[in-house]
Design a protein around this ligand. Structure first.
Ligand SMILES: Nc1nc2c(ncn2[C@@H]2O[C@H](COP(=O)(O)OP(=O)(O)O)[C@@H](O)[C@H]2O)c(=O)[nH]1
Ligand SMILES: [Mg+2]
Length: 740
């Protein structure tokens, strides 16, 4: 347990701690010389039950409230010291207000110097104090007459502190480690030591920790808790940690820093909070009010955005956004205190609510409802309330910002539907999941009914059919779950019901029966789409649509743009033996010049694979398999010094490619295409293939298409990546603002 003193200067805080513990907490030279406390003082007091009470003795001077605030973080019990002769003084009120803003509800009033006053004055002081305590967290605190000089009442004070020590701890279990640093120094032969109050969780020797907001990593070499060497320090103790790590020094870790579990390191500059303005504030608090934000042992300048139109009057409580000048390592639910920029008065304080506060749309009714939901202290309640207003919540971000451990989070997640995304887990209510799944099913059924000619609905179109649309990664996770359940099928970038297949209408079937003979009439030189449309005097677009549907049915193959071959012809070409004996030798490929894994196409940042073909083109093509969309092939063997030039120039550009003429082809079926190419365009040497250079543009590469097509194509790539179909490192979508 940590007891924090509070009260006006010279009322005897330091004397009382000294008398109780035997420790003079005024340790600085200047403090001794001037007889006043300047910085925080610490004393440890072993009790008969074996536990140790830690005292944080704060300075009472009005100019040193910032030091007092640094010490007040993490205390469990307040000892408000008021001199009976002086009675309530300005810093009595200010310290009391601060303790109240920090949410402290346990404490005692030590009515000190009772040796100096008579019974009347004592009674008057007591009633004056009672009036001041009214309405604060300490309103029921006992007022105990004591004297640090005569020792009167000190045994009762000690008994009250022991009773407080016996009170069961109310700190939540399973929180992650955070320690608010109030001092750092060098211990000769040991290294850098930091001291502070453990705000939550626990730390063990050898633990890896992080200094936030700086992000320095460190290892805990040893721990002293309440002034004794231990293996583990826990919440509610004052600890000294000896840290080691690159960059760790007494200058690098300072008062205001937080030593924490590395998972919690996510400092923030913008926090939504609830603010109670003290009744003593002279003017209403308006927009962009400059303040000093005190949180734990940190003090950060910032501005205040009032999340409503009117200013906040004295005594009022309202949601605000803190816009900080320096990042803060905080947790949602932490208390803060605001002081004016000249540090002359305490303005108010409250609790932090959302560490990832939005910059836009921060004053909407929806956002307000979210803040109300998030203000719930119990994380399970907060999540439940948030999910009553929105479809989903980013679970890991929520847990991190509240400092929750894995067990606490797992307990909450049991009643929710959880999706594991690369960005972290996302949770939704079971009924939301049911609704989303139902909507997707309905959208698909409606789409199939309306467009039976299409293989399915595009991913992006399906995603946007839900209002508001889910972020891409979450949508893909939802879809994946539906795929696993057999509800839907993902066919490249189309989503369909498992039973759906492309069907021709009777009219389409009739026309197709007239088109097909035209393709097979001249099997190796079939007419193009436009030729067919002209010859039959029908719409070109209609013919193209039929061709595409027929491709999906497997009737034809698109070998070049608008150039469809009947499928049996294509297969026949693929099966026929090569003319030249050279073709039968196994293919040997030079390693692609830039691509690292062109065969899988999964990891290479390069969009191309290029290689030289020495012999057997069809088998090369088989290796490349179906992932090829387009192939360029040079008409001459490449020379050695061409490689560099080629990599600089755009491949396929006749003028810039010194290797000679290059032709590009739209590829439907690669083996056939390559054979077709070589037969149609024999090279200069007469060899079909040897030494020629082939550049393969993998499936999914959008080069050469229109802008809109490229954009759609990139979206599809993202979808596929998110679906786990392919995972190029650059393709994963991200959640907006990290808030998911
Ligand atoms: N007569 C009397 N003097 C006291 C008592 N407690 C403290 N003092 C004196 O008051 C002065 C200020 O005490 P100190 O503990 O430094 O006050 P702080 O500023 O609240 O820490 C010192 O000169 C003390 O000797 C008390 O109970 N009785
Ligand atoms: Mg003092």
């Amino acid at each position: 347990m940590i007891v924090g003193t509070a009260g006006h200067i010279d009322h005897g805080k330091t004397s009382l701690v000294h008398k109780l513990t035997g420790v003079d907490t005024d340790r600085l030279k200047e403090e001794k010389a001037r007889g006043i406390s300047i910085d925080l003082g610490f004393a440890y007091w072993p009790r008969p039950n074996g536990e140790i009470i830690g005292f944080v003795d704060v300075p009472g001077h009005e100019g040193l409230v910032h030091n007092m605030l640094a010490g007040a973080a993490g205390i469990d019990f307040v000892m408000l010291v008021i001199a009976a002769d002086d009675g309530v003084m300005p810093q009595t009120r200010e310290h009391l207000a601060i303790m109240d803003l920090l949410g402290l509800q346990h404490g005692i009033v030590a009515l000190n110097k009772c040796d100096l006053v008579g019974a009347d004055r004592l009674a008057a002081a007591t009633s004056e104090i009672r009036a001041v305590l009214a309405g604060t967290g300490l309103q029921d605190a006992e007022i105990l007459p004591v004297s640090a000089v005569t020792g009167e009442g000190l045994d009762v004070l000690a008994a009250r502190l022991d009773a407080a020590l016996a009170r069961p701890a109310t700190r939540p279990k399973d929180e992650r480690f955070r320690l608010a640093v109030d001092r750092s120094f060098t211990l000769a032969g040991l290294g850098t030591a930091v001291t502070g109050t453990v705000l939550s969780g626990s730390v063990r020797v050898e633990d890896r920790v992080m200094i936030s907001p700086s992000g320095l990593e460190a290892r805990v070499r040893s721990i002293n808790a309440q002034d004794r060497p231990v293996q583990q320090g826990v919440a509610g103790q004052r600890c000294a940690l000896v840290l080691s790590g690159p960059g760790i020094s007494k200058e690098a870790v300072r008062r205001g820093d937080v030593v924490l579990d590395p998972i919690l390191h996510a400092p923030t500059l913008r926090i939504d909070a609830s603010l109670r303005v003290l009744p003593t504030e002279p003017k209403p608090i308006g927009q962009w009010f400059p303040v000093k934000v005190h949180h734990a042992a940190a003090e950060v300048p910032g501005r205040l955005v009032v999340l409503r139109d009117e200013a906040i009057g004295a005594g009022e409580t309202e949601f605000i956004q803190l816009v900080l000048e320096r990042p803060l390592a905080a947790a949602a639910g932490d208390r803060f205190v605001l002081r004016d920029t000249s540090s002359s008065r305490t303005v108010g304080g409250g609790a932090l609510i959302d560490l990832r506060a939005p910059e836009r749309r921060r004053r909407t009714p929806g956002r307000r409802a979210e803040l109300v939901a998030l203000s719930a202290k119990d994380p399970a309640v907060a999540i439940d309330r948030v999910l009553a207003g929105t479809d989903w919540i980013a679970l890991d971000g929520f847990a991190r910002d509240r400092g929750l451990g894995e067990d606490a989070m797992a307990a909450i997640a049991t009643s929710l539907v959880v999706f594991a995304l690369p960005e972290g887990r996302v949770a939704m209510r079971p009924q939301t999941w049911g609704r989303l799944a139902g909507n997707i099913g309905q959208a698909l059924d409606a789409f199939h009914a309306e467009r039976p000619d299409l293989p399915g609905i595009g991913l992006e179109q399906l995603r946007k059919s839900e209002k508001p649309a889910l972020p891409v990664p979450l949508f893909m996770a939802v879809l994946r779950r539906l795929i696993e359940a057999g509800e839907v099928v993902l066919d490249r970038t189309w989503v369909r019901r498992p039973h759906h297949e492309v069907r021709f209408s009777n009219e389409e079937e009739r026309i197709w029966a007239l088109i097909l003979p035209r393709l097979t009439a001249e099997p190796y030189r079939p007419p193009r789409v436009r030729d067919i449309a002209k010859a039959m005097n029908i719409d070109e677009g209609f013919v193209r649509r039929l061709m595409r549907m027929a491709t999906r049915r497997g009737d034809v193959e698109e070998v070049a743009h608008d150039h469809y071959f009947a499928r049996p012809i294509v297969e026949d070409m693929a099966a026929s033996p090569s003319a030249s004996p050279r073709h039968r030798r196994p293919a040997s490929l030079r390693p692609p010049n830039s691509a690292t894994s062109w065969t899988t196409g999964a990891r290479s940042p390069s969009r191309f694979s290029s290689f030289s073909i020495s012999t057997d083109l069809p088998s090369v093509a088989k290796t490349c398999a179906a992932s090829i969309r387009r192939v360029s092939i040079s008409s001459r063997p490449r020379r050695r010094n061409q490689l560099a030039e080629e990599s600089r120039s755009r491949w396929g550009d006749r003028t810039s490619n010194p290797g000679g003429a290059v032709r590009r082809f739209q590829v439907g079926s690669t083996p056939i295409l390559l054979r077709h190419l070589l037969e149609t365009y024999p090279d200069d040497t007469g060899h079909a293939g040897a030494g020629r250079r082939v550049r393969i543009c993998r499936q999914g590469h959008a080069r050469g298409r229109g802008r809109a097509a490229q954009k759609a194509h990139r979206a599809d790539r993202r979808h596929r990546a998110a679906a786990g179909l392919r995972l190029p490192s650059d393709a994963a979508g991200s959640l907006p603002g990290g808030r998911c």
